[in-house]
Design a binder for this molecule. Structure first.
Ligand SMILES: [Zn+2]
Ligand SMILES: [Zn+2]
Ligand SMILES: [Zn+2]
Length: 405
């Protein structure tokens, strides 16, 4: 199996880090379902080559949205670590940090955790073994432990009879065959696999959620009934409130709300117009009302309350007409009252006259007794002088003294 070069991965991450946020909200150009299938496959077989290639492709692809791509990068690095490629893991970690500085917590292990202390040498790097030179006898093999060779001293042990390799200790220290003297053996800690599995499961979960989210977004957007549309968007935003790509959904919902509010205000305005027209028709019908006072009071109250009503001029004209009619009626009434009053008086007078008995005319003739008076004893007062009148007053007599004057 051949994994994509880590340097390619790093370069791709560096080049596209600045573009990633712009592409984030776009529809997936990358086959997310294929990535989810690969992750599910890797959960079962952590190092399956085909699936690892899909994971690496997602890590490189700048069209993949951040939550998926950052996890793919981290998971791919861990896959390398699980294979003992510590340098590859380090490169992947650097690429992740460069592309998504906030995504560091995705990697919860270090390269050291892929290695453990060698069990064979317990970290000593060496182990004791039978001296291969003396085969564990400790004696010099050249002189068979005599110290002499021929007539001279044994040159191998310089006469001390001990095996020159182990110096008579019979055992020697050799590099640990297990760790080859490195003291550590490749033994990934369970945390690495745990971290890896969690990331793979995360990717699968995100892909499923993305699919659900896009489905519901499309369903909400295809809803034509305004109220149901708003409810669909509200439910969507509530369910997926943790997502960072809700901008388009929020915009669509705000548009729907504005649309609903506009329609509602139009409906209310239409209702108000109909109501006003109905009221005005009822008011105009007051023209035929027998109760002019009540009609005028109603009109005045309406005009005071609705100075801007559409039919104000018409209603004012009606009001003036009714007021004029009331004035004419009042004058007519007054004239009628006067006429009735006069008629009444006339009738009363006639009645009184009818009740008074007619006086019998007195028989004409001289005043009683007048015929018996002595006309000579009377003097016409008009013939008297002033002196005669004064004398008559003094004497209390009607007679005129004969010598008066
Ligand atoms: Zn060892
Ligand atoms: Zn030896
Ligand atoms: Zn010797």
């Amino acid at each position: 199996m051949r994994h994509p070069s880590l340097m390619t991965l790093l370069a791709a991450a560096l080049c596209t880090a600045s573009l990633a946020p712009v592409l984030y909200a776009a529809q997936p150009a990358f086959d997310e379902q294929k990535l989810a299938q690969a992750c599910d496959g890797l959960l079962a077989a952590p190092l399956a080559a085909g699936h690892l290639q899909t994971l690496a492709a997602a890590a490189r692809d700048s069209a993949v949205e951040q939550p998926l791509r950052s996890r793919a990068m981290a998971a791919y690095g861990l896959a390398l670590l699980l294979q003992g490629q510590t340098n590859g893991f380090a490169s992947a970690a650097r690429a992740l940090a460069a592309a998504y500085p906030d995504a560091q917590p995705l990697l919860r292990v270090t390269a050291d955790q892929a290695y453990a202390i060698c069990d064979t040498c317990k970290g000593d790097a060496v182990q004791g073994a039978l001296c291969p030179t003396c085969m564990g006898s400790g004696a010099c093999k050249s002189c068979s432990g005599t110290g002499k060779r021929g007539t001279g001293v044994c040159t191998a042990c310089k006469g001390n009879k001990l095996c020159p390799r182990c110096l008579g200790k019979k055992r020697v220290l050799t590099a640990c065959p297990t760790c080859l003297g490195s003291t550590k053996v490749f033994k990934p800690a369970p945390e690495i696999l745990h971290n890896y599995s969690n990331l793979l499961a995360d990717v699968s979960g995100i892909v499923r959620e993305n699919a659900t989210f896009r489905e519901r977004l499309a369903a909400a957007n295809s809803e034509t009934d305004t109220d149901r549309r708003i409810a669909a968007f509200q439910g969507l935003l509530q369910t997926f409130s943790h997502r960072a790509d809700l901008g388009p959904a929020v915009d669509l919902m705000e548009k729907a709300v504005l649309n609903r509010d506009r329609r509602e205000s139009e409906r209310l305005a239409q209702e108000a117009r109909v109501r006003e027209r109905r009221e005005q028709e009822a008011l105009l019908a007051l023209r035929d009302s027998p109760d002019i006072d009540a009609a005028l009071a109603t009109l005045d109250a309406y005009l005071a309350a609705h100075p801007q009503a559409s039919a104000t001029a018409e209603l004012r004209a009606l009001r003036d007409e009714l007021a004029a009619r009331r004035l004419r009626a009042a004058r007519l009434r007054t004239a009628l009252h006067i006429a009735l009053g006069l008629g009444g008086l006339l009738l009363a007078a006639l009645a009184v006259k009818a009740l008074i008995p007619a006086r019998r005319p007195r028989p004409s003739g001289p005043l009683p007794g007048l015929d018996k008076i002595d006309k000579r004893q009377f003097t016409d007062p008009l013939t008297l002088t002033a002196a005669e009148s004064r004398t008559r007053v003094k004497t209390h007599t009607a007679q005129i003294p004969p010598d008066a004057g």
